[in-house]
Design a protein around this ligand. Sequence first.
Ligand SMILES: Nc1ncnc2c1ncn2[C@@H]1O[C@H](COP(=O)(O)OP(=O)(O)O)[C@@H](O)[C@H]1O
Ligand SMILES: [Mg+2]
Length: 501
Amino acid sequence: MNDDNITLIRERYRALSEISQVINSYKEIDPLLTKIMDIAVETLSAERGFLVFSDNKKDGYELQVARNISRETIDDLAQASSSIIKSVVTDNRPVLTHDAQVDPRFSGAESVILQQINSVACVPLNLRGQTLGAIYLDSRLDRERFNQETLEFLLAFANQAAIAIENARYYEALLEENRQLQSEVQRLHAFDEIIGSSPRMQDVFSIMGRIMHSDITVLLEGESGTGKELVARALHYNGRRKDRPFVAQFCGNLAESLLESELFGHKKGSFTGAINDKKGLFEYADGGTFFLDEISEISPQIQAKLLRVLQDGEIRRVGETETRKVNVRIISATNHDLFEEVKKGNFREDLFYRLNVIRTKMPPLRERHGDIPLLVKHFLKKFALKQGEKVKKISREALRVLENFQWPGNVRELENCIERAIVLSNGPEILPEDLMIPQADIENGKRKTLKEIEKDIVLRILKEEGENKTRTAEVLGVSLRWLHYKLNEWGEGKKGKSDGN
Ligand SMILES: Nc1ncnc2c1ncn2[C@@H]1O[C@H](COP(=O)(O)OP(=O)(O)O)[C@@H](O)[C@H]1O
Ligand SMILES: [Mg+2]
């Protein structure tokens, strides 16, 4: 082997190892393709080159990047060599020619002559038996520029390049998906997704507006389903940490050791079942916001560790001695009065003050009945959008039922009720029976008018007295005439037995 040959082989190895490194370093597709063509043209001393992707919709391929070819000639050249490229792409086989001008595989011969192409090497970008595209190299000067050995090198090179291209495509698809999810998440957590025009909710909005751009620690109090988590997310996704994680952890009725290892992580072997080192959620939330739900439930030991996070920004994994730094904003929630828990000795006072820098109480739904129509409209729209269906209306009677109900489960319960009603209702309008709120519950929660109460009582006694009007009138202490009059007014005139008296 002479020195020239050795140099040549060395160069080829270098090119192959370079392309392997490229696989790991170029994540985006455009710079990657440029780099691939640079290495190919340079290593094979080709004069020009381009790279195409297979494309089922177009002519079978689409030009991606070219080297040393002017804009004017690229179309000509692509045209002239199109049957070669097509055959490489469809047959997944390389092509080598030493005299393009007489090679019958060149369809646009005229153009080839015009451009005086001599040597051509074209190889598929092959990935698991599929052709992603092809690399084309040519030379107008030198008839012997490419040979079988060139082609073999180029094939090996193209195989590596194909892997890199696939990785970059995945990467870009992930980036795109991530961008879409991100904007979806931000849309879902816009402030105007939190519904409420009642004064109580206006107070909440006013506080949120003032603390939105700060990192201040927030304690949200309120019954379950009043929107505490919704507010926590809105604060995160509208604040300056929005591009970092929002992590929520429910702290109620969880075994202490489980919660501790969830929050802070653990070292391998620190307890049975700790088969690996595990990162805690606080580490995942670094730079972002941590939402601690049902904070009043946490044990004294975890309270102490949490205080450490708030005071020094430090955590310690279970079973480790060294500490780690974390930077998290803490928003916590409870459906108890946390200060009451402090007074009862269940919750550390120092931790309470750290958590309670800003306190907001979410009003229960029964104290803001005025917001119900707005909420109902919001949920009708939300679920229609989710199902891709037309937005249903709600009948006046159904809305009245909703407005009169006490909602022990607050907005969450209302939301579930609407979702169910949409499914149950047959027509374009939701009726009271679609709501599935038991009659007894409606009556308990209803603030009835005197007239309604009167009617309820009269009809109930009538029923109890076996529809006997005379006895009913006696029991009620009213005249039979009055009873007849009322029954007619309510459209119940036919009711009851005419007992002849
Ligand atoms: N003011 C509101 N506007 C719109 N949806 C709300 C509102 N409050 C609560 N919700 C919805 O009700 C459900 C329960 O809210 P969530 O924030 O989880 O309550 P909590 O954390 O207080 O238990 C969620 O689906 C939430 O989107
Ligand atoms: Mg909750």
